[in-house]
Design a protein around this ligand. Sequence first.
Ligand code: SF4
Length: 214
Amino acid sequence: MTPPPLTKLRLRIVECAGESGGIRTESVFCPWRATSRAVHACRTCPHFELVDREGGVMVCAREPAIAPHEVEELVLTRRIHFGVDALTKRTAIGAVSWTNVLCASGETTVDTVEALLTCSNAHGVVLVDEDKRPVGFVSRAALSTERDGDVGACVETPFIVVDEACPVAEAIERWVHERQRVAVTVDRKRRVTGVVTDLDVLRWLGRLARGVHH
Ligand code: SF4
């Protein structure tokens, strides 16, 4: 019997600073449910295979119908041939947001946030309210100009909030229309699940274009 196809989903750390000890969750974007899932929740799913932390992926063995995220994998392994334009319409922005995420309340000190950022690849810190909904974004560059005080007092970078199930093509349209470069992705309850910059999307498109054209 042919074994089920495996899909590698990128692991992402979502970290909330400023609480007693902080909360750290490993998550992936599940393309079939079109939502982010904590890895510990995936472990109870019948499709869960394994976590490869060294490779930065979780392996899932759900039988596709071609799922949006899997399209990327299939293009890169040249098993299907879609144009990049079609891919941006089929792929959810949540599947592209694989950078780690650091969240904090505005009262968290700059020192605390900087210490956490040194061991993270997060783009900056998402300021959240008590329900973990985004209210601001402070980039690494803006943080590095501050020495004291609360992160809420730092100069904020403008950003847009996008549902993580939104197709990449629509997210790009909003970026261009609102002239922003950072998108904070949220789940159905508007809680932060990821951060994507225009450069992240360009890198993703570049990888796909290589898969499509070579
Ligand atoms: S293990 Fe289940 S919930 Fe997790 S990504 Fe795979 S199909 Fe989705």
